[in-house]
Ligand binder design. Structure first.
Ligand SMILES: Nc1ncnc2c1ncn2[C@@H]1O[C@H](COP(=O)(O)OP(=O)(O)OP(=O)(O)O)[C@@H](O)[C@H]1O
Ligand SMILES: [Mg+2]
Length: 443
């Protein structure tokens, strides 16, 4: 694939862990976002999910149906016999051991799975904007989930590039996601600023410290304008996992005991609960082994009703629905200081009150890691917090008040700005693509 600069249209693609979006420059620095149909209207965020289902063709032969984005979830929920719903694919890109997966007897590489999402994203945008899309500026986190070294990140980027090639792209340029968010913020400025960007998504939290503004653009950016980047592979998915561990799993017996001769032991082994924390692992628990473990646990458990609820969750394969309920309570806790976790589906009926301060205790360790990442960026770039003109927070997880407080305590509320939580990266990538075209003529 070529890596040279391409000639218009300027396109930005944010392939997110949870949501993806695509932006196009339609006039001079005028950004338009692709919108995607859903059963309830349209959305600017294309869920980064893939659904594979086996369907019978007229002659009786079986065929695998593949759906992506909002329609993937709709198909999954409607299906009598559930297929495989796969999400957070971006988080696996740095892992050399995760080469792919087998679905209905066919092996799919990770790149191929990602490419299905990218290809549909491209297809929707081509229809909407009435033009072919073969080139794009694409976002990448500073540090991918699970990546420990720059080599791991480079490996993840090369896999993402391959996925774009498979999806029909001829060339892609990569840009750091927080830098892209900075370009988006910059488009609102009438003066220059030194800004700190915090982009909190589903998989990663990313930071950039840079000079932006119309003056910087006019004189031409130099490498000195970027004072540094930092990032950590920890964000909304990790918060969800904490809610499962601390709130949901105890209601399903993770702290419960069972009688065994004259001892009491944990009713169900901890590894079963660990699989609940990543909802798409839940379907891997539908095995005879797990079902035997749960059957015997129910007989001996001091709180058998909790083990019964766990059994129902697994047997009825309610991982996706559980994850939705977890996200819902997390969203409510961003707005209110208390909420109720509600999970009613199939034979499950859980209602558990929860306060924002409990949630903040559960994520305290994650928050400290994020906090250290911000401080290390300021330290390594030699910038004092008083020198930063503005902090721009974006990404879905920037709604979490505890995340916001990291910045309020260092910079004060009046220096914080938020906005375009789900689209700023794609917008900025498109602006970046436009600028690259103007500053680097094609040879
Ligand atoms: N109101 C809210 N309160 C708390 N979290 C929220 C809220 N709205 C969305 N989120 C979380 O934001 C995350 C998704 O944000 P976003 O779409 O910015 O991520 P992404 O770009 O897909 O991921 P990444 O940038 O890590 O690849 C999810 O974890 C979601 O649960
Ligand atoms: Mg993102």
């Amino acid at each position: 694939m070529r890596e040279t600069r391409y000639q218009g249209p300027a396109i930005g693609i944010d392939f997110g862990t949870t949501n993806s979006s695509l932006a196009v420059i339609t006039g001079e620095s005028k950004v338009e976002l692709a919108s995607f149909p859903t059963s309830g209207g349209s959305t600017l965020s294309f869920r980064s999910v893939l659904y594979l289902e086996q369907v019978k063709k007229a002659g009786g032969a079986k065929q695998t149906l593949s759906k992506t984005g909002p329609t993937a979830v709709e198909h999954y929920l409607e299906a009598e016999e559930k297929g495989r719903l796969i999400q957070s694919l971006k988080s696996y890109l740095p892992s050399p051991t995760l080469t792919g997966t087998e679905v209905f007897g066919r092996r799919y590489t990770l790149e191929e799975l990602v490419s299905r999402i990218l290809s549909d994203l491209r297809g929707h945008a081509e229809l909407q904007f009435g033009m072919p899309i073969r080139h794009a500026t694409v976002g990448r986190p500073v540090r991918f989930v699970g990546a420990e070294t720059e080599d791991d990140d480079a490996y993840a980027v090369s896999r993402l590039r391959d996925a774009f090639t498979m999806a029909g792209f001829e060339s892609v340029d990569f840009e750091m996601e927080p830098i892209a968010a900075a370009y988006s913020y910059e488009s609102t400025l009438d003066h220059d600023e030194l800004i700190l960007i915090g982009d909190f998504g589903g998989g990663t939290s990313d930071f950039s410290l840079l000079n932006v503004g119309p003056g910087v653009r006019r004189r031409g950016r130099t490498s000195k304008d970027l004072l540094g980047n930092s990032g950590v592979g920890l964000a909304g998915d990790a918060f969800d996992a904490r809610i499962v561990r601390k709130l949901v799993s105890p209601a399903l017996g993770s702290d419960s005991y069972a009688r065994s001769l004259n001892k009491t032991l944990p009713a169900v082994p901890a590894w079963i609960y660990a699989n609940l924390e990543r909802w798409h692992y839940l379907s891997f628990l539908r095995t005879r082994n797990v079902s035997e473990i749960l059957k015997s646990a129910r007989l001996r458990a001091l709180e058998p009703e909790k083990i019964e609820a766990l059994t129902a969750l697994i047997e009825e394969d309610l991982g996706y629905q559980l994850h939705q309920a977890v996200q819902q309570v997390k969203f409510e806790l961003s707005r209110s200081t208390s909420a109720e976790f509600r999970f009613r589906d199939g034979s499950m009926d859980l209602r558990i009150p929860v306060t924002r301060s409990e949630f903040e205790e559960w994520i305290a360790e994650d928050r400290s890691v994020i906090e250290r990442c911000v401080d290390s960026l300021l330290e390594s770039s030699g910038v004092g917090s008083h020198e930063v003109d503005r902090v721009f927070l974006t990404g879905g997880s920037s709604f979490v008040p505890a995340v916001r407080r990291i910045f309020a305590s260092r910079f004060g509320e009046d220096r914080i700005q938020t906005g375009n939580e789900f689209t700023s990266v794609a917008r900025g990538l498109a602006l970046r693509a436009e600028e690259a075209m103007m500053t680097a003529p094609i040879q």
